[in-house]
Each structure stands twice: as structure tokens, then as C-alpha cells.
Design a binder for this molecule. Structure first.
Ligand code: ATP
Ligand code: MG
Length: 445
């Protein structure tokens, strides 16, 4: 096997070695090489300390100096260079706090999480694979370095990382490692939200969305989205559905493209259903108001995970509207476009498609053709530049003031009044006409 090294990475290794230290490519880049993937970046482990690295390279950034990591910038590429260290405590559940440098790559590899991530390569030694990482890549297995239970107790985030690698690489999880996750899942509660969210997002963005099921099978999801588990005990005795709520959710997520807002909203769109279940006199189940309950739960979960506000806003709007029937009439489409904005509107239709495709096949074609009609209409409205918000009117608040309107509500109401006309007939969106209409209205109020 030949290490997939680019010339700059080779240069960085050579410079560190020429200064009298050892230097190894570690982690993802070695794993990628064994999987036949071209690495996207290179992490380096060395016995040189950050101060030594700074004296070798003119451009460095202190990205994690407390933990012995600095980033070397060479040829416009960044290389994270970390001093060999031993496994140390994670008292803040974020970063190993007691950094204890060691002189040997072997010690450094022992502290790494999984065998597939614990291989190294140096120009002098070639590959170093102390824990059979290569074999596990061949077998497509994620397995802890050392004793799984001990490793998860040291840093519970590794449980989520394990699922992340299994999902992103389409690997299985070693039995012993998986049992340890089932046993110690609760420890994930001690991990900081930022670390959880980063791994969770990577899981959701996997190329193998069917693997998202591992979050449920392992039991980990219970500690991140507690309401999720009840969904698997909630049947949907209703002709549109053939799965229980949990299975339906997983299918819906699988049907979404690789987009964070879409995957998150698919995951959470029905979590409110167990709390909203009712049964009518024919024994049919209904879930009235579940979109609102799902928004409430999602708001709570995403807040706790400290998700950034813009992404969270999009996810909540998608959940809130996931079940809204949008008519394909121009008026209905424009109203929804105004409510969500263009970008989110198309995501909403994608979510609705994914959601409906996870229900009873018998009704899918009808549903999907309706959604497609809405999509066509929206594309036409946008392509023709038909206005659907006041900001697209050929008249604005300043114009109205010039016509004698007082600043405040009068202006907002008048713009809405004009928009209502333009929504019906886009040709009316011309300045002369709108000024005339505004003047006429002014006389009446
Ligand atoms: P990616 O390609 O997704 O970046 P990666 O393997 O480089 O994959 P990182 O999260 O960047 O993953 O971590 C780099 C390396 O650091 C890992 O390969 C692993 O060896 C080690 N590592 C990271 N986090 C932990 C952890 N919590 N416990 C033990 N080792 C870890
Ligand atoms: Mg990496």
C-alpha cells in the first residue's frame, strides 16, 4: 500500500524530520488511504512540541495550543500538528485536560478512539498499525482501541463518534463495542452540547441515511431526543400509514437529500405525535396538532444542543408546515412563498415529498403529483418575476410618504392592500397604477 500523500504534506513531514523529530500522518488520512479515498486533509502527530514546530515553520496558528495542537500553514494548506500525548482525563467532558506529552507514537496511537483511526504513517517507518486497523477496514468494522467500556467511560462522545463512522463509512459496529454503547449510553449526557451537535450533524449528513437507525438501535437517541423512543411504540391505525411513527420517521429521513435543515426536520417532524394521539369511534387514530407539538419538542432539543439560530429557524419552519396542504393555485403558492421565502419553500416541498413517500404506497402517486404541480407553479411564478411580497412592489414606503401618507401602520396596511391586487394580477405591479391606487385609497382613509 502506498500512502496517498500530496507534495506539500510530504514537505511538512520532511521539514519536521530534518529538524531531528519524528512526524507521522495520523487519523482520517491514513484511514482514507486504506479505503482507496484521496484524503481531504492531513493531521500530523510528532514528538516535537508546539514551540519546536513554530521554530521550523514561519506560518502557524495556535488552534489548540492547550492540547498540544497548532496548525501549520504551508502552500495555502493547513496541517494540524499535535504533539504525541497519552490518554488523559476529560474532566470538562470536552477536551483532554491534563496534556501529558510522550515521546513515542505507540503511546499516542493507544489513546485514539477506533482501530481504523489509530494507524499512522511516516516517511521513515512506513505504516504503523498496532491494533489491526487495516484488517478492520477490510472487514468494514468500527471497533474500539482497547476495552470498549473503559474507552467510553473516559470520553462518552466516542459512542456517538462510533455511530458517526459506521454511518459515514457504511461500516458495521463490532459486537463488543456496540454492547458497550448500549450499556453506557446514558453517559452521553455528560458531554457538552457543542461536541454532541457536531457529531450528530455529521451522522445526519451521511451518504447512507439508512444508518441513522443506529442512533435508535444503540439507545443513544434516548438521551438526546427523549421523545423519539415513544414514536416506536406509537402505531398509526390510519389508512395513509403503514408504519409506526418511529419507522415512518426513519423512512422519511432516508428519503431526504443530504441537507442539514431537511434531515433534521425529517427527524423531528412527527416527534410530537405520541402526545397527540386520539382514536375516533371507528378505531382510527388521529394526531391533531402534532406539528405544533413537534415544533415545541424540536425547539427544546435544538436549544439544548445550542444549534445556531438561522438553521434552527429553518428547521422549525419546515416542521411547522410539513403537513400543510398547499394548493397549486397561484394565490396559495404565492402566500406560502411569502411565508417561508423561496429557499425554504423548495425545501418544504422536498420534505413533503420525503414524508409522503414514507407512508402507504397506495396514495403516494396522487400526493406526489399534487406536490409537483405546486413546484411547477412556484417555478413559473419565480421565473416570470411575479411578485408575492411587498418588497417586490414597484412602490415602497418612501413613495407613500411623498404621496402624503403618515409613517407607521397606514403605510404597512396600504402596501398590503396593493399587494393583494398584484397577487391576483401581476401585471398591475407597475408604478403609475400603484401610485394612482395609493392616492385613491388615501382619499378614503
Ligand atoms: P474526518 O475525516 O471526519 O475528519 P478523522 O478521523 O480525521 O475523520 P477527527 O474527528 O478529525 O476524525 O479526529 C482526528 C483523529 O483524532 C481521529 O482519527 C482519532 O484518531 C482521534 N480522535 C478524535 N477524537 C477522539 C476522541 N474523542 N477520542 C480518541 N481519539 C480521538
Ligand atoms: Mg479530521
Amino acid at each position: 500500500m502506498e500512502m496517498a500523500l500530496n507534495s506539500t504534506a510530504k514537505d511538512v513531514l520532511t521539514k519536521i524530520e530534518k529538524a531531528g523529530f519524528s512526524a507521522y500522518i495520523v487519523g482520517g488520512a491514513v484511514r482514507d488511504t486504506f479505503m482507496g479515498i484521496l484524503p481531504s486533509d492531513y493531521d500530523i502527530a510528532t514528538n516535537a512540541e508546539p514551540k519546536d514546530i513554530k521554530s521550523i515553520f514561519p506560518h502557524t496558528v495556535d488552534t489548540g495550543i492547550k492540547h498540544g495542537t497548532i496548525t501549520v500553514i504551508e502552500n495555502k494548506m493547513g496541517f494540524e500538528v499535535t504533539t504525541f500525548r497519552k490518554e488523559t482525563g476529560y474532566s470538562d467532558k470536552r477536551h483532554p485536560d491534563l496534556v501529558e506529552y510522550v515521546d513515542d507514537i505507540k503511546e499516542d496511537l493507544k489513546r485514539r478512539d477506533f482501530t481504523i483511526n489509530a494507524m499512522a504513517y511516516s516517511l521513515n517507518d512506513g505504516f504503523v498499525d498496532l491494533f489491526d486497523g487495516e484488517r478492520d477496514i477490510e472487514k468494514r468494522i468500527v471497533r474500539c482501541v482497547g476495552e470498549s467500556e473503559k474507552r467510553f467511560k473516559e470520553d462518552a462522545l466516542r459512542m456517538l463518534r462510533c455511530i458517526r463512522f459506521a454511518a459515514c463509512l457504511d461500516f458495521e459496529i463490532d459486537d463488543d463495542t456496540f454492547s458497550a454503547i448500549k450499556k453506557y449510553g446514558v453517559l452521553i449526557k455528560n458531554v457538552s452540547s457543542e461536541r454532541i451537535l457536531a457529531e450528530f450533524n455529521k451522522i445526519l449528513l451521511t451518504d447512507y441515511p439508512e444508518k441513522i437507525r443506529l442512533l435508535y438501535d444503540s439507545g443513544l437517541i434516548k438521551y438526546i431526543i427523549p421523545e423519539f423512543c415513544d414514536c416506536f411504540n406509537t402505531e398509526q391505525n390510519n389508512r395513509y400509514h403503514i408504519y409506526n411513527v418511529g419507522e415512518h420517521i426513519l423512512k422519511a429521513v432516508e428519503n431526504t437529500p443530504k441537507d442539514l435543515a431537511l434531515r433534521w426536520s425529517a427527524l423531528l417532524h412527527d416527534v410530537g405525535k405520541p402526545r397527540c394521539k386520539s382514536k375516533d369511534s371507528n378505531g382510527i387514530y388521529h394526531f391533531y396538532g402534532h406539528h405544533k407539538e413537534s415544533v415545541k419538542i424540536a425547539d427544546d432539543v435544538l436549544h439544548k444542543l445550542r444549534m445556531d439560530r438561522d438553521l434552527m429557524h429553518d428547521i422549525l419552519v419546515l416542521i411547522e408546515n410539513h403537513d400543510v396542504h398547499i394548493d397549486s393555485s397561484p394565490m396559495a403558492v404565492k402566500k406560502m412563498l411569502a411565508r417561508t421565502g423561496e429557499n425554504l419553500f423548495f425545501k418544504l416541498l422536498t420534505l413533503q415529498e420525503a414524508d409522503n413517500s414514507a407512508k402507504n404506497m397506495q396514495y403516494i402517486e396522487d400526493k406526489l403529483s399534487k406536490i409537483r404541480a405546486v413546484l411547477d407553479k412556484a417555478q413559473q411564478i419565480i421565473a416570470e418575476g411575479q411578485p408575492y411580497t411587498v418588497s417586490q412592489l414597484q412602490i415602497n414606503g418612501r413613495d407613500l410618504i411623498k404621496l402624503g401618507y403618515r409613517a407607521g401602520r397606514e403605510i404597512g396596511d396600504t402596501l398590503k392592500f396593493l399587494l393583494d391586487e398584484v397577487l391576483i394580477d401581476p401585471k398591475l405591479n407597475n408604478r403609475d397604477y400603484l401610485i394612482r391606487r395609493a392616492l385613491a385609497r388615501k382619499k378614503k382613509i
